[in-house]
Write a protein of this length. Structure first.
Length: 453
């Protein structure tokens, strides 16, 4: 290639499932990538914990001294796919402070300490790219950061964890319980031996923090994101959702919230939360099955956009890593810089207790006159409006005529008020037990099956 610049030299930190795919793609597409970048892209070192476990990597590239590799004078870009907080944080800070471009897939680190990385990148003029940290191969973060930079984003919501989506999809399609579906996901390789990061919602929590930070120009950390996992979801919950024309999904929801003030003005804040919720079967997210991800972005001018695809796996994640690497390498060859962190809005994060949501509540009650009026009065005292009430067949174990099951769906109310209502229900003599509580989301669409818009 005429007038081709000097090679862009890359240090690769980690050579697991994603790292191996990054190496493979760089090798197989070397000529094409060089044409796109304007210079060859070459790996000059690969840092791993145990070199003998990586016979596929040329011995001259392998090192167990990650800090030594990052600080080599001939390294231009550092690609990090080792995950975790430390030592990744120190390694990337070293790279950024030295003015080296950084590409990372490390959602946990970005959600916990992304501000420190962004400040280091700004101070040295280095690039920091992390498309692969959310939703694998789906191009989502760059549209938020660049394509929609001239618009006002109001909501980002969707399915961002493939493991939990596989489990919930299996429970819905086969009627199996949570444990059986988790075992199936583990056998197929969708769930890790220790699935807690996925099933307890922490993976989605970190991704929600990254999405909210980009969408609302505000620094949001994982601790700012309310989080519930799916381990308490039962086959009965799935059946209850189906009876209402809904399904259950683990959702990450990030919203810009406008709240009227006492002086007649409006103040804005950010709501970010992760939890399992019923959504209507008519919503496109309801049809997202197996380990796929899908995210809706709503903006004032652009309207509603949907991003869908494989959210995990070696090759899809490596595709996102390479996309970032090409961008960083191009910037380096051209002498330019990529987009910087945008946190100028600096909006407060709204506590979950003040966030409006809706509940589906199933409770067992005495089957006698006046019970429904007592329960309705309790809801009214907590300023929670009931949308629908349905009576079902008495649960097994009740003598005929002594008990009934009520299924209540509320209108939107602050989550703290709803939680207080559920707690108070358990104290009523007329209530024999609160069987199930699950949130309901319509994500901007009518929930006709629930009689709620």
């Amino acid at each position: 290639m005429p007038n081709q610049a000097a090679p862009v030299r890359v240090a690769l930190l980690g050579c697991g499932t994603v790292g191996r795919e990054v190496m493979r793609l760089l090798s197989e597409q070397a000529g094409e990538l060089a044409a796109r970048v304007g210079a060859p892209v070459e790996i000059v070192g690969v840092a791993v914990r145990r070199a003998h476990k990586h016979p596929e990597v040329p011995a001259e590239l392998l090192t167990t001294d990650a800090y030594g590799l990052v600080n080599r004078h001939d390294v231009d870009v550092v690609v990090e796919v080792i995950g975790g907080i430390d030592p990744a944080r120190g390694l990337l800070l070293d790279a950024l402070k030295a003015g080296k471009g950084v590409v990372t897939a490390n959602k946990a680190l970005l959600a916990e300490d992304g501000a420190t990385l962004a400040e280091a990148a700004d101070a040295s003029g280095a690039d920091l790219y992390y498309e692969a940290s959310v939703a694998g191969a789906i191009p989502l973060l760059r549209p938020l950061r660049e394509s929609l930079a001239g618009d006002k984003i109001t909501r980002v919501a969707g399915i961002v964890n493939g493991t939990t989506n596989y489990i919930l999809s299996a429970m819905a399609s086969a009627g199996t319980g949570y444990r059986e579906a988790l075992d199936e996901a583990t056998e197929l390789g969708y769930a890790e031996a220790d699935p807690s990061a996925d099933v307890d919602g922490f993976d989605a929590q970190a991704k929600a923090a990254i999405l909210a930070s980009l969408a609302f120009h505000t620094r949001v950390s994982a601790t700012d994101v309310y989080c519930e996992g799916i381990s308490a979801v039962t086959a009965a919950d799935i059946a209850a959702a189906e009876a209402l024309g809904c399904t259950v999904k683990l959702l990450a929801i990030c919203e810009r919230v406008s709240v009227p003030t006492a002086d007649g003005g409006v103040t804005e804040s950010v709501s970010a939360r992760v939890y399992p919720a019923m959504i209507p079967l008519s919503h496109p997210l309801a049809s997202v099955s197996e380990a796929y991800n899908a995210v809706f972005v709503e903006a004032e001018a652009a309207g509603q956009l949907m991003f869908y695809g494989q959210g995990a796996g070696g090759a899809p994640t490596a595709s996102a890593v390479l996309g970032d690497l090409v961008a960083v390498a191009r910037n380096r060859v051209a002498g330019g810089r990529g987009p910087r962190e945008s946190a100028h809005a600096d909006l407060p994060v709204q506590p979950m207790g003040r966030t409006p949501t809706r509940y589906h509540i199933s409770l067992d009650v005495d089957d006698r006159a006046g019970v429904l009026a007592t329960i309705a009065g309790l809801f009214a005292r907590h300023e929670v409006s009931i949308a629908t009430v349905r009576q079902e067949t008495a649960p097994t174990g009740f003598a005929k005529g002594t008990g009934a099951r009520l299924v209540i769906v509320t209108h939107a109310a602050p989550d703290a008020a709803l939680a207080a209502t559920v707690a108070a229900l358990g104290e009523l003599d007329e209530v024999l037990g609160v069987d199930r509580v699950l949130r309901v989301e319509n994500l901007g669409r009518p929930v006709s099956a629930l009689g709620v818009t």
